[in-house]
Design a protein around this ligand. Structure first.
Ligand code: CP
Ligand code: NVA
Length: 317
């Protein structure tokens, strides 16, 4: 992962932020900003035929508003067509996942999949040698979200090097991908989680290896210490999809980690508030914070579209 990888071939798949070199990430964010500007050109946008004559398959085993909507719109705006697959295919019961991939690659250019285990996404990507596989969220990672988060921070700050972001809450899929992309952009990351819900050591160690420009990770249990002076505060739901049975227990454990006006006051004066959405107002964040002028959550949601158009375009070209 060095500058000398500049202009090397973009990876076949996008399963993790760690699939990108620094140069890939830079090119992807620049193209995302271009896609955003060009969108007003509609069918006259230079990217309008990028996926002409191609189908892209979508397979979602968990609910989605943002990811599904933005990928569908992205595919259409790039001139492609969608194929909706039944979620049961991802169970690998009717036929092995390897065979699913080897069928799909004969018909479609890419597969966008939201599932539980990251291993499933990796299995499909390994089996479908001509199939671009995109991770639309697993239990472990949410790399498409992190691309939109990165674009949002770039829009606010320009060069992100030397900034600091605090992630408050569960050391989950969103926290993992945010950590990776932030360190790659030279942003220091503070993570505050209750004991037992921290980011795993192997995740932190792998992300630290791609850090640049002196960015580091610091782990806290006290959220007030984690947000002291930071430029952005990020949180996510306390119980992710698939963890619904733990929701009541988690509400008790995570209560001191709520992002509210008091916590935001300990951050930098120009702090921004970030959330991948959906938000559980009154739990991990108050309505006052999410509706405040510091909040960029709907910019993040909008940027899902532009970054995913750039991603699709770079994968297929
Ligand atoms: N942030 C996000 O991925 O939203 P959805 O679950 O609605 O796709
Ligand atoms: N951590 C959340 C993110 C939703 C976009 C979940 O996995 O449910």
């Amino acid at each position: 992962m060095t500058e000398s990888h500049a202009q090397t071939r973009f990876a076949k798949d996008f399963l993790s932020i760690l699939d990108l070199s620094w140069d890939d990430l830079e090119r992807l964010l620049r193209l995302s900003a271009q896609m955003k500007t060009d969108r007003r050109l509609g069918p006259k946008a230079p990217s309008a035929s990028t996926l002409a004559g191609m189908h892209v398959a979508l397979l979602f085993e968990k609910p989605s508003l943002r990811t599904r909507s933005t990928f569908e719109i992205a595919i259409r705006e790039l001139g492609g067509d969608t194929l909706h697959l039944p979620s049961s295919l991802a169970e690998g019961i009717r036929e092995p996942l390897q065979d699913v991939a080897r069928n799909l690659e004969r018909w479609v250019r890419a597969l966008i999949i939201r599932t539980f285990a990251q291993d499933k996404v990796a299995t499909l990507a390994a089996a479908g040698r001509d199939l671009h596989v995109i991770n639309a969220l697993t239990d472990e990672e949410h790399p498409c979200q992190a691309l939109a988060d990165a674009l949002t921070m770039r829009e606010r700050w320009g060069d992100c090097r030397g900034r600091t972001i605090a992630f408050i809450g569960d050391g989950n899929n969103v926290a993992t991908s945010l950590l990776q992309v932030s360190l790659m952009l030279g942003i220091t990351v503070h993570v505050a989680s209750p004991s037992g819900y921290e980011l795993p050591d192997n995740v932190v160690n792998a992300a630290t290896r791609v850090a640049r420009d002196g960015a580091t990770v610091a782990r806290f249990t006290d959220p007030a210490r984690a947000v002291d002076g930071v430029d952005a505060v990020y949180t996510d739901v306390w119980a992710s999809m698939g963890e619904e049975a733990e929701a009541a227990d988690r509400r008790r454990v995570f209560a001191p980690y709520q992002v509210n006006d008091r916590l935001m006051a300990a951050a930098h004066r120009d702090v921004i508030f970030m959330h991948c959405l959906p938000a559980h107002r009154g739990e991990e964040v108050t309505s006052q914070v999410i509706d405040s002028s510091a909040s960029v959550v709907f910019d993040q949601a909008e940027n899902r579209l532009h970054t995913q158009k750039a991603l699709l375009s770079m994968l297929v070209s």
